[in-house]
Design a protein. Structure first.
Length: 454
């Protein structure tokens, strides 16, 4: 998608102040006036100029952004995830883009400190944080992840909570799926004495049908007081409500916007990274724009917007309430459990190397999203890890699947587009272990609507 722009001077016109410190641009003066998924502005959106940026010009607007490490200042006292350290020279603005470059620089004068027991060394990277904050709205960016062993992330922080719109990992030779994963999550920052302090307490672990570092894509997240919606390239990936999330709903206060790159130890041992992982000129996370829209005060259009609407679930007996009716077990090692599913409901219990399948009628040339909740009780989350999969066969390409490994129910999803002659596919849950069970519940297979055309 080509970036559309207007002359910079036009973007400075028609500013309306609706609250102290918050300037909203009139849609007629902005290059993309409304969210990519709402081109007709049925949501009544108005741009918040204070936390939006087209990244035009040859210098980053320091009136809007804090550069981590500049003048030895680190917002939230976050200096980078060691061994990578945030440095100002990792941030540049060129050709209408913000660029965060990660380099192998062993001769850099790193901080004589540790983060989570790891010293800062060898790897320089960057992060920027908005000076202004916003409270509820529609976050959107068009970006291309760095194609290497470094994250590319778009997220927010505020009192009590954090929203990670995406945490991409460009390349992991030992985990090919990493390059297709979009991780959205809430972090809990409410009570330092809580067992969940700083941890992910709600996640959406989604497998895209493309590598995040291959091209630019549009990522959006609608943050409402009552629901959350995740979008990729004009398609709705997931919608969940505050009521469904309960105490996991932590993002209730105003937020600052972050763009950064970090070394994630869960993607690999940081001590094994070398210069070959960051060849010159470095691994670059490129961001075309950041746009934050909000509804005008007393806007009536919100009442017309349903919180979460979905296409029909094409899977029969998706929550196993009628046992295994409609399902086929390849090795006859699956049972339907009573009270061991989500919220005490039924679930499927797979044991001893088996696959549970269902054939589903679909339409050709149509994009779908498959999801389910997976639980591997044998995993201790320390040194014993069991894996289970949900997947799709016969969709028009090679078999695809999504792995789960947690010892509590976690939501997993993947997307795919059927071939031109495909009218039936096989969806499945698979357990390759002997003696270690896999629980799976609440399967869904739904069309993934392309909202940008509406």
């Amino acid at each position: 998608m080509q970036k559309l722009t207007l002359p910079i001077h036009l973007k400075t016109l028609a500013v309306t102040t609706i609250s102290v410190g918050t300037a909203l641009l009139s849609p007629s003066t902005f290059s993309q006036p409304f969210p990519y998924t709402d081109p007709q502005n049925s949501g009544g959106w108005v741009l918040n100029a204070a936390v939006s940026d087209e990244f035009n010009g040859d210098k980053l607007d320091k009136n809007k952004w804090i550069v981590q490490g500049e003048n030895n200042h680190y917002e939230n006292n976050f200096k980078g995830r060691a061994p990578s350290q945030f440095v100002p020279h990792a941030i540049s603005q060129e050709n209408g883009e913000l660029i965060i470059t990660t380099r192998w620089e062993p001769d850099f004068n790193f901080l004589d400190e540790e983060f989570n027991g790891i010293k800062y060394s060898n790897i320089t990277t960057g992060g920027v944080i908005s000076k202004a904050r916003f409270h509820y709205g529609y976050m959107e960016t068009r970006s291309k992840a760095a194609d290497g062993s470094i994250s590319s992330s778009f997220w927010t922080t505020g009192k009590g909570g954090e929203i990670d719109v995406f945490e991409h990992w460009g390349h992991n030779p030992n985990k090919p799926d990493s390059a297709q994963r979009m991780h959205t999550s809430f972090h809990d920052w409410r009570d330092p004495k809580s067992a969940t302090w700083g941890k992910r307490i709600w996640t959406n672990d989604h497998k895209l049908d493309f590598r995040v570092a291959d091209d630019y894509h549009v990522y959006g997240l609608e943050w409402d007081p009552e629901y959350l919606k995740i979008f990729v390239d004009g398609r709705l990936v997931r919608c969940t409500t505050r009521e469904q999330m309960g105490d996991l709903w932590v993002a209730t206060n105003e937020q600052k916007v972050w763009l950064d790159s970090e070394v994630f130890p869960w993607e690999g041992n940081p001590s094994q990274l070398t210069a070959a992982d960051y060849p010159a000129p470095g691994r670059q996370f490129k961001t075309d724009y950041v746009r934050i829209w909000q509804r005008q005060p007393n806007n009536k259009s919100k009442a017309q917007q349903p919180a979460c609407t979905k296409h029909e679930n094409l899977i029969s007996n998706a929550s196993f309430e009628t046992g295994l009716a409609g399902w086929t077990d390849t090795n006859d090692n699956t049972t339907a459990t009573n009270g061991k599913g989500l919220n005490g409901s039924n679930s499927a219990y797979l044991l001893d190397k088996t696959m549970l399948e269902q054939k589903v009628k679909v339409k050709p040339n149509t994009t779908y999203i498959l999801s389910a909740y997976i639980k591997l009780p044998g995993t201790n989350m320390k040194n014993i890890w069991h894996n289970g999969w949900i997947g799709v066969k016969g969709w028009g390409g090679e078999e695809i699947n999504k792995k789960g490994f947690h010892n509590s129910y976690h939501y997993h999803s993947l997307q795919f587009t059927t071939g031109s002659t495909v009218e039936e596919i096989t969806i499945y849950a698979r357990n390759d272990w002997s003696g270690h069970p896999l629980y799976v519940d609440d399967f869904e297979l739904r069309e993934m609507p392309y909202l940008a055309k509406q």
